[in-house]
Ligand binder design. Structure first.
Ligand code: PMP
Length: 400
């Protein structure tokens, strides 16, 4: 019965790793997927995560019972505090419904399913470009993605005017997907002043902001600074949604830990929203896994472990920032034509190099360097040892 099924293409991002794994060259380099690597090119488990896991393993009261549909209660409270700030009025007034979900992707999907069922508008405006999975997640949930201008290839910066124009002409009530920080793939974020203008426009048009926060702490090294965009919106008392992921900032990729929060106008509304979120979640996967959320809750509620986490997080962010400088210097030393200052201006895990599909293909074929075809490279996959190889490849690609 399945004989006529067509073979589906590889995922544009995860497929890069598939191609990389097939390459037997000793100099191959995977800059595709956004996963942190050490200077030695190895995946990293944070010390504080190991410590939390030890505590969990040695605690005989820990069992493997099902969590509630909404997940681990402590985890949900602490996650809301982390993104909105401990003194957020929305939290103090009990106006936030938070549910534990399957990392960032699962949080986006549960939020989208909820909106498709309970919100009057199904248009969701997403930035052009955006993380490749966004349009798929929203479409599968029954929302209808539209693009707003975001990136200006000329300046390799924000197309702020285009963004304002496109959101101004969005229909009233439309949902707007915003990257909380470290925009993927461009590494270009609005300034605080620009966020304030975006907020005013969104509120004046009655649009509904949906934040995707996959990199809190990873952009600047500061958890508070990277949540500022979200907090600017929550401070005005209006509604918003936020999807959080602990994949990058705690290195819990495969544990699939995340949270969806819906900020409401009153505690009563939030409690009804939560009751409906349960109806969304139950038929999808019943309830979320316990282990990763327990790690996060253990770290977030202990002052000492929390501090240790912020230090390790800052070290990851700083290593990425130093890779930006090293790559920029290496291109300058080679006299590579073009202005490469965007490499040090962009923030977060990725550099949107400006290299075109052909140049990317050339670098893969001749230099065994793997990246997405839009020219996005994961800075976290680079090290001092591999920067010269990448710089040689970029130089060759742009001068050939
Ligand atoms: N949103 C953005 C912008 C991302 O870059 C990612 C991860 N690449 C995610 C969401 C989701 O990641 P995860 O499901 O692994 O938390």
């Amino acid at each position: 019965v399945f004989a006529n099924i067509a073979k589906a293409p590889e995922d544009p991002i995860l497929g890069v790793t598939v191609a990389y794994n097939k390459d037997s060259s000793p100099i191959k380099l995977n800059l595709g997927v956004g996963a942190y690597r050490t200077e030695e090119g190895k995946p990293l488990v944070l010390n504080v995560v190991r410590r939390a896991e030890q505590l969990l393993v040695n605690d005989p009261s820990r069992v493997k019972e099902y969590l509630p549909i909404t997940g681990l209660a402590d985890f949900n409270k602490l996650s809301a505090k982390l993104i909105f700030g401990a003194d957020s009025p929305a939290i103090q007034e009990n106006r936030v419904a938070t549910v534990q979900c399957l990392s960032g992707t699962g949080s986006l999907r549960v939020g989208a399913e909820f909106l498709a069922k309970h919100y009057h508008q199904n248009s969701i405006y997403i930035p052009q470009p955006t993380w490749g999975n966004h349009p798929k997640v929203f479409t599968m949930a029954g929302l209808s993605p539209k693009y707003y201008r975001y990136y200006d290839p000329e300046t390799r910066g924000l197309n702020f005017q285009g963004l304002l124009e496109d959101l101004s002409s969005a229909p009233s009530g439309a949902i707007v997907l915003l990257h909380a920080c470290a925009h993927n793939p461009t590494g270009v974020d609005p300034t605080v002043e620009q966020w304030e203008q975006i907020r005013q426009l969104i509120r004046s048009k009655g649009l509904l902001p949906f934040f995707d926060s996959a990199y809190q702490g990873f952009a600047s090294g500061s958890l508070d600074a990277d949540a500022q965009s979200v907090r600017i919106f929550v401070a005005d008392g209006g509604e918003c949604l936020a999807a959080q992921s602990y994949a990058k900032n705690m290195g819990l990729y495969g544990e699939r830990v995340g949270a969806l929060s819906i900020v409401c106008r009153t505690a009563d509304v939030a409690s009804r929203v939560e009751s409906q979120l349960k109806l969304v979640i139950r038929p999808m996967y019943s309830n979320p896994p316990i282990h990763g959320a327990s790690i996060v809750a253990t770290i977030l509620k202990d002052r000492d472990m929390y501090n240790e986490w912020t230090i390790e997080l800052k070290a990851m962010a700083d290593r990425i920032i130093s890779m930006r400088q090293q790559l920029f210097d290496a291109l300058r030393d080679r006299g590579t034509p073009g202005d490469w200052s965007h490499i040090i201006k962009q923030i977060g895990m990725f550099t949107f190099t400006g290299l075109n599909t052909e140049q990317v293909a050339f670098m893969t074929k001749e230099y065994h360097i793997y990246m997405t075809s839009d020219g996005r490279i994961s800075m976290a996959g680079l090290s001092s040892r591999t920067v010269p190889h990448l710089a040689d490849a970029i130089h060759a690609a742009v001068t050939r």
